[in-house]
Design a binder for this molecule. Structure first.
Ligand SMILES: Cc1ncc(COP(=O)(O)O)c(C=O)c1O
Length: 298
């Protein structure tokens, strides 16, 4: 397993709705929509010594997701920022921290699917001591899952919602196979993303990534695309088949949880890291260099 209990997180203070609670006391109502239907939106946000990374982009996606799901009650952006600031201060967190920020449709007056039963919103700021979860020096091994990533035909992946069961089923398949993560395909069999990260490959010096049709348009993914453009590296978003990944020079994943992570093996095929390593190193160095300019102190 990639993660284990970190004793530094034993006495975490967690923001739930109106204040901070010890992790053992931090609870949501049984009437909350996140309990009843996974009816919530969320962001995973990293904190570095320089501050909270790309906070406004994460808040834009959070509020866009809530708007797309037609949430009526919502906190203001300043209220969310204030809850994050108070949570980080209460835990003395100023680096190596991962925030799981959740906005729910709130409590219902009685159980039921109808959002008109909701009277308020729920806000959770769970900040934990958590350095990047993958071994970015040695890379990860992945398998392809039989579980397809949501497409706009079903539940648009551009909404960052808490209905994570298809990703969890994919992760179970990777656990059973002894791999670190599961690659998910779209409805047509093209590669979409992993169960919790986006994916890129490098071939003959050019970089490719799947269209954001069935994958989450990740904030780290967007940053890598920007970096490639800054460095005049050719980056193409296209339909990518599994075979293109198997036969590429380098594969890496992106996400707030693990940053940039090389992939060693996909479905038992080892990825030859010959020409691709140099290109990846360039992107990686620029990613690290950009971090400090993209953080905000609250
Ligand atoms: C399914 C999925 N893909 C990709 C990502 C990576 O997105 P980001 O770079 O915005 O963290 C996440 C992060 O939550 C995710 O849940």
């Amino acid at each position: 397993m990639l993660q284990s209990f970190n004793p530094k997180n034993k006495d975490l203070k967690v923001w739930v709705n109106d204040g901070l609670y010890h992790r053992d006391e931090a609870k949501v109502s049984v009437f909350d929509s996140v309990v009843q239907g996974g009816d919530a939106v969320w962001e995973g946000i990293r904190v570095y010594e320089e501050g909270v990374f790309l906070l406004d982009r994460h808040l834009d996606r959070l509020f866009d997701s809530a708007h797309a799901l037609s949430f009526v009650h919502m906190p203001s952006r300043d209220e969310v920022k204030d809850a994050i600031k108070k949570t980080l201060e209460a835990n003395n967190m100023d680096r190596d921290t991962h925030i799981r920020l959740t906005l729910t449709r709130g409590r219902k007056i009685t159980s039921g699917m109808d959002p008109r039963l909701n009277q308020d919103y729920g806000l959770i700021v769970l900040a934990e001591w958590k350095p990047p979860v993958y071994d970015n020096d040695h890379g990860i091994n992945i398998i392809t899952s039989t579980i397809r990533r949501n497409s706009p035909m079903h539940l648009d992946s551009k909404i960052h919602h808490n209905n994570l069961l298809n990703n969890i089923l994919a992760k179970i398949q990777s656990n059973v196979a002894g791999a670190d993560a599961a690659l998910m395909l779209d409805a047509y069999g093209f590669v979409s993303e992993l169960n919790g990260t986006n994916i890129f490959y490098i071939k003959k010096g050019q970089i490719y990534t799947p269209h954001a049709d069935a994958c989450l348009p990740g904030i780290t993914r967007a940053m890598v695309i920007e970096i490639c453009k800054d460095l005049s590296l050719e980056i193409t978003e296209k339909n990518c088949s599994l075979v293109e990944f198997y036969t590429s020079d380098f594969v890496f994943t992106t996400g707030s949880m693990g940053e940039l992570t090389p992939v060693n093996i996909i479905d038992g095929r080892s990825i030859k890291r010959n020409k691709g390593q140099e290109v990846f190193d360039k992107i990686h160095q620029h990613f690290e260099a950009k971090i400090k300019n993209l953080c905000v102190k609250l």
